[in-house]
Design a protein around this ligand. Structure first.
Ligand code: UD1
Length: 425
């Protein structure tokens, strides 16, 4: 077990480069299952979840080679693949559910363990399964596994209306529909850039998809898809985290290989907090020369404010001028990290899915524990501006979303080290 030890109080200044999105790369790796042959995926971040997905694909029969230096994943998919995703891998990463659609599409059946993942609230699969059932599949829950069977002649295209624009459900149905018989329409589909990324990879593979990036996606099933070489979209949540870091530390960071359009709502909020945001040749730049003003946020599906940036913004509000209301609409347990933030002296009161944050002039360094990836990032940001020393425990969560976080932070001027935990165990 490792910790980050942070001495607060330095401005972050410099340039940081963003790699491919975790939440896209993992799904693109699963998408590879749809086409026999060698798929190459680029800008795949060197994180544990990628290793877990690689192992999952190997157990399904693929040969997977990931080079952490070049960030290239090569996946050789055989003609015949297995259809079982085991509990020991799936429980470690919710994104494993991304193999569900491809397995049903390719093999006609899937046994996928019910997933685990971040401890940020109950995350159902009802929309995934209801959609597959609409396409003719039978779905049962047997001994902790979701067991899905397509009809003998394959899934049948249909109209599916999602109760909520779920990222995961949209992906499952998209991947199931590309090889189905006839036309599938996904209404109220998620519009996240990572969904667009998967659609674009599928199109390159030969899928027939229209309405990409809209809430109405139409898919004409094709008989076969081809393996491709594809580059992952940059990670907008990591980019947004650096943008908040610049604002909180009254710093000046150029964030390169990033697409500011993918976080325009968050950047608007930073401008409202007093930051200057400008585009640069390689990405965008965030500068701040004052204490931020507290700002209200409401998390919503894309293009609304991303829930994955909510903890970072709570951390910023905690040291801002004034008070702000943060409303979380996606994951009810996401405020769990507020207790940890309070250990640094933050004044946050939660009630259901609202958190009222009263900004304080100072936070005071303390030991804290990361409860999920983004909470961990929020705590590191708070530690950067707190007086004295903050030790962030359980940083394995942070490592799941941020490659070499402390190295980039050090390059930008932060005082942070990775150390072995001295915890009693
Ligand atoms: C993905 C992201 C996660 C991000 C989230 C929302 C990955 C690996 N994770 O998660 O980082 O925070 O999108 O942008 O890509 N729900 C149901 N039934 C379903 C499906 C979802 O009730 O069948 C609920 C969930 O419990 C949750 C909400 O819908 O409350 C959002 O879930 P969803 O959009 O599917 O997010 P994920 O794909 O799990």
């Amino acid at each position: 077990m490792e910790v980050f030890r942070i001495q607060g109080g330095t401005r972050l200044v410099g340039q940081v480069r963003i790699t491919g999105a975790k939440n896209s790369s993992l799904k693109l790796m699963a998408t590879a299952l749809l086409a026999p042959g060698l798929t190459t995926i680029r800008s795949v971040p060197n994180i544990l979840d990628v290793a877990i997905m690689a192992e999952l694909l190997r157990r399904l029969g693929c040969a997977v080679n990931y080079n952490p230096e070049t960030e290239v994943a090569q996946i050789n998919v055989p003609e015949t693949i297995e259809h079982r995703a085991d509990y020991d891998l799936v429980r470690r990463m919710r994104a494993s559910i991304a193999v569900l659609g491809p397995l049903v599409a390719r093999t006609g059946s899937a046994d996928v363990a019910l997933p685990g993942g971040d401890a940020i609230g109950s995350r159902g699969l009802d929309m995934h399964t209801a959609g597959l059932e609409r396409m003719g599949a039978t779905v049962t829950n047997e001994h902790g596994y979701l067991v899905v069977h397509a009809p003998t002649n394959g899934l049948v295209g249909t109209q599916v209306y999602l109760d909520f624009p779920s990222v995961g459900a949209t992906e499952t149905l998209l991947m199931a529909a590309v090889l189905a018989n006839g036309q599938t329409v996904i209404d109220n589909a998620a519009r996240e850039p990572e969904i667009v990324d998967i659609c674009q990879m599928l199109q390159k593979m030969g899928a027939n998809i229209s309405g990409v990036g809209s809430s109405l996606i139409t898919i004409e099933g094709v008989a076969k898809l081809n393996p491709v070489d594809y580059d992952t979209v940059p990670d907008r949540i990591v980019a947004g985290t650096w943008a908040v870091a610049a604002a909180m530390t009254q710093g000046d960071i150029e964030i390169t290989n990033a697409n500011p359009d993918h976080i325009s709502m968050a950047l608007d909020k930073l401008v409202a907090a007093g930051a200057q945001v400008s585009s640069s040749n390689a990405g965008f730049r965030v500068q701040m020369d004052r204490r931020p003003k507290a700002i209200d946020i409401v998390t919503l599906p894309y293009p609304g404010f991303a829930t994955d940036l909510q903890p970072q913004f709570i951390a910023m509000n905690a040291i801002s001028e004034g008070q702000a209301m943060v409303t979380e609409n996606l994951f009810e347990a996401r405020f769990r990290f507020v207790q940890e933030l309070s250990r640094l002296g933050a004044e946050v009161r939660t009630d259901g899915h609202h958190a009222l944050v009263r900004g304080r002039a100072n936070l005071s360094g303390a030991p804290v524990e990361a409860t999920d990836i983004r909470a961990g990032a929020g705590l590191v940001l708070a530690g950067l501006v707190a007086d004295g020393e903050t030790v962030v425990h359980a940083i394995e969560h942070i490592d799941r979303g941020y490659v070499g976080f402390e190295k980039d932070l050090t390059r930008l001027g932060a005082k942070i080290t990775r150390e072995k935990s001295q915890d009693f165990s």
